[in-house]
Design a protein around this ligand. Structure first.
Ligand code: GLU
Length: 305
């Protein structure tokens, strides 16, 4: 294999005190709406596990999606967590202040020939696959990328870029799996002491976007880079991100980053059995607060004393 740029936690600017061996947990919300009871559960779960393990609990603001994130929501995150009785060990890491680090990680993949520019719009992609029966979808429900731009010639790419066309960067999944190892997996911690080995299936995501047209990174790049920089030992998050972990493991392998332990907890559902989310209009913590619900009520309802 050709030598590649050493990326690793040190090259990325590790943020962990060297001699601190305590486990590290984190809650990593995106400030694109107000926190609801599902977030409260995830945050309390992390906070509680960190406390029991005599570990550190960090707050990370995942605000790389500059279109959807708002300062007012970020401010509300601090207030809502404090209201719940959650405190964090150091100032929150705001991802929007670290774009240059994520760009380095993206460049490292580019140098290895694992990314290619994609000029397609969403509409073009859905048109390209519209006639195909049973076209595969990624775990988020989007159609797998049909590969339209994968085989453009270098001249064509250069021509389009020079003419000012914006490009997203997509992972060449087949190549990445070839370089990152086919036998990836992770340790999934269940309830109690039960641990199982999960095989990663990054190919479920196809040639996914790792840097957007307008933002030089993506959730997947930033989360993997920051979990490593912050020395996160235990990623505790909802089951909705279970499949994303396959892709995160592949990126960790490509970047020579350690794999944290993972625990994907059940998602809270509303009485109709729907997953709680901003889009299903789950009541925000602040709305509950205004109705007179106390933090103690919320903690109790979620099973935390
Ligand atoms: N920022 C992501 C979200 O709010 C969570 C990321 C994670 O926990 O890995 O859905």
């Amino acid at each position: 294999m050709t030598a590649h740029r050493q990326i690793g936690p040190v090259a990325l600017g590790a943020l962990v005190p060297k001699d601190d061996l305590r486990p590290v947990y984190r809650f990593a919300p995106s400030p694109n709406g107000f926190l609801h009871i599902g977030h409260a559960y995830s945050a309390l779960r992390n906070f509680d596990m960190a406390r029991r393990a005599d570990g550190r609990f960090l707050l990370r603001i995942e605000d790389v999606d500059v279109d959807r994130c708002r300062l007012a929501y970020e401010q509300a995150i601090y207030e809502d967590l404090e209201w719940l009785g959650i405190s964090w060990s150091e100032p929150a890491l705001r991802q929007s202040e670290h774009f240059s680090i994520y760009a380095q990680a993206v460049e490292a993949l580019q140098e290895r020939g694992l990314l290619y520019p994609c000029f397609c719009s969403r509409l073009e992609i859905s048109r390209a696959v519209s006639g195909m029966r049973d076209w595969p979808r990624d775990p988020d429900g989007g159609p797998l990328y049909p590969g339209t731009c994968r085989n453009l010639s270098e001249e064509e790419r250069a021509r389009r870029l020079a003419s000012g066309q914006h490009a997203a960067l997509r992972l060449d999944m087949a190549q990445a799996v070839g370089q990152g190892g086919r036998l990836l997996g992770w340790s999934e911690y269940g309830e109690g002491d039960n641990v199982r080995d999960v095989h990663a299936k990054p190919s479920l995501w196809g040639d996914c976007v790792l840097a957007r047209k307008d933002v030089p990174t993506s959730y997947h790049i930033s989360v993997v880079v920051d979990d490593a920089r912050q020395g996160v030992s235990d990623v505790v998050r909802g089951k909705d991100l279970f499949d994303a972990t396959s892709l995160h493991r592949l990126l960790q392998e490509l970047f020579d980053l350690p794999a944290p332990r993972y625990h994907h907890h059940d998602l809270l559902r509303d009485p109709a059995g729907q997953k709680l989310s901003k889009s299903t209009r789950a009541k925000s913590l602040r709305a509950l607060r205004e109705e007179g619900v106390t933090a103690q009520d919320v903690r109790k309802r979620l099973g935390f004393s």
